[in-house]
Design a protein around this ligand. Structure first.
Ligand SMILES: Cc1cc2nc3c(=O)[nH]c(=O)nc-3n(C[C@H](O)[C@H](O)[C@H](O)COP(=O)(O)OP(=O)(O)OC[C@H]3O[C@@H](n4cnc5c(N)ncnc54)[C@H](O)[C@@H]3O)c2cc1C
Length: 414
């Protein structure tokens, strides 16, 4: 049994704690916030083995540039003189190729399916309900151009054994009998699932506490003492802590935290927003993504969550009402009978997605620092990949053969 310090109490840190505690380790989570909110709470809750194409893909740069000049569009990069952003942008550009996509697909697919399998087990094993449903995902489109693009994505998915069904507008409507849908068509991925993320995260924290995991809340990790290639102690705003093994699961902050150890972990925060519609009488049954506006819509009981935008603006917590308006305006275009008002600013949630420049997470043990494991950079899929990543972290720390090949996720690849 080892003493493990996990830095970061988001879905990745919590999932790692779950599997490490289960393996008999003594686990402490160090978290700078009060653990009441964060990127892992208000996201769209989608578990998406359908998403096998990384963010760094051909066409993303030209699309991004077009979106940059529209203040209600789903994507924005704040131009700023930051060497981290410039290096990240260069790596993104280098990886937005067909070769990179082809190499990444098998690795992402395996991790996604592995993580979904962990969710299936968690839904049975955990003594609380977190709204796990396997109803699939509908990718909805309105233009011929998007129909073509999504059709290609569906073909790639089918070629890799992920079932994707191309549907006409009528077939989409049949899947959603209670809500009028206005689309040219859609692609249905029956293998996807969804949860209510805040139900999972808040109850998992309580569960882990009951199992003996120690939570050091409102505690910032500021630095490390490294001796002979190992972390000797972790220096926090509340004193020094000693562990046998340390896990960095600090999401969007990971680049800064790794830099304290002189490690290069390129990371940018991709800010997104979400809000809820309560007491929805006629709710959708299947989560959907409006492809043209990149808005994710997830039914969670009687509520409906809308989420979207990707703003690369650094660790920045401001709310852009223009982009929220972009999300709101898209709703009646796809669900014409759903009239949604722009929410008050205090009802708008935001989260910072930890984005690596090649669209792949960082999962693995450091070669430079022997008792360090990194688990971060899951971008738009951290919730989906959380339990799978947590299980892998536990296997790495236990010096076991990992359940899947993790070489593509090498945290020291940049
Ligand atoms: C609008 C939106 C919708 C999304 N929808 C989905 C979805 O449907 N499906 C999906 O899979 N993913 C989705 N995501 C992405 C997902 O939410 C993230 O990938 C995931 O939450 C990242 O988890 P994490 O644990 O890596 O990071 P976080 O949840 O950010 O946790 C990292 C923690 O580390 C702490 N920390 C940082 N630095 C320090 C330090 N120095 N000391 C102590 N603590 C520190 C932070 O306070 C933070 O709590 C969405 C994101 C957004 C914004």
């Amino acid at each position: 049994m080892s003493k493990i310090g996990i830095i970061g109490g988001g879905i990745i840190g919590l999932s790692s704690a779950y599997y490490l505690a289960k393996a008999g380790h003594q686990v402490t989570i160090i978290e700078q916030s009060d653990l009441k909110d964060g990127c892992s709470f208000g996201n769209a809750g989608m578990i998406v083995p359908s998403h096998i194409i990384p963010l760094a893909a051909p066409g993303m740069i030209s699309k991004g540039i077009r979106w940059m000049f529209n203040s209600t569009s789903p994507f924005y990069v704040k131009p700023r003189l930051s060497s981290d952003l410039i290096k990240w942008g260069y790596q993104f550009y280098r990886h937005a190729t067909k070769e990179h996509v082809n190499k990444s697909i098998p690795a992402l697919k395996e991790l996604s399916l592995f993580s979904k399998a962990q969710y299936q087990q968690l839904a049975k094993a955990l003594p609380f309900d977190f709204g796990y449903h396997e109803r699939g995902l509908l990718m909805l489109y309105q233009t011929r151009e998007t129909e073509h693009e999504e059709g290609e994505t569906a073909n790639i998915a089918n070629d890799h054994g992920i079932e994707a069904r191309i549907l006409s507008a009528e077939e989409v409507q049949k899947l959603e009998p209670d809500v009028k849908v206005s689309v040219r068509g859609g692609v249905y991925f029956p293998g996807d699932a969804h949860i209510t993320p805040q139900a999972l995260v808040t109850q998992l924290i309580k569960f882990l506490k009951d199992k003996g995991v120690v939570f050091l809340k409102n505690t910032v990790v500021n630095d490390f003492v490294v001796e002979q290639g190992k972390i000797k102690s972790v220096l926090t705003s509340n004193g020094e802590h000693i562990f046998d093994e340390v896990v960095i699961a600090t999401g969007s902050w990971s680049g800064k935290v790794a830099a304290k150890l002189k490690l290069s972990l390129p990371m940018q925060a991709g800010k997104g927003y979400s809000f809820l519609l309560h007491n929805v009488e006629k709710n959708i049954r299947i989560p959907s993504i409006f492809l043209e506006s990149r808005v994710a819509v997830t039914p969670m009981g009687t509520t409906l969550r809308f989420g979207g935008t990707m703003e690369i603006t650094g660790v920045d917590h401001s709310i852009s009402m223009n982009r929220v308006k972009g999300i709101v305006d898209s709703i009646p275009r796809y669900y014409p009978e759903m009239k949604v008002a722009i929410p008050e600013v205090d009802k708008i949630w935001h989260g910072l997605r930890p984005c690596s420049p090649d669209g792949l997470p960082y999962i693995g043990r450091s070669r430079e620092i022997k008792n360090l494991v990194m688990a971060t950079g899951h971008s738009m899929m951290g919730l989906s990949l959380g339990p799978g990543t947590g299980k892998l972290v536990s296997e790495i720390i236990g010096n076991e053969k990992t359940s899947i090949d993790i070489r593509m996720f090498n945290p020291e690849r940049f």
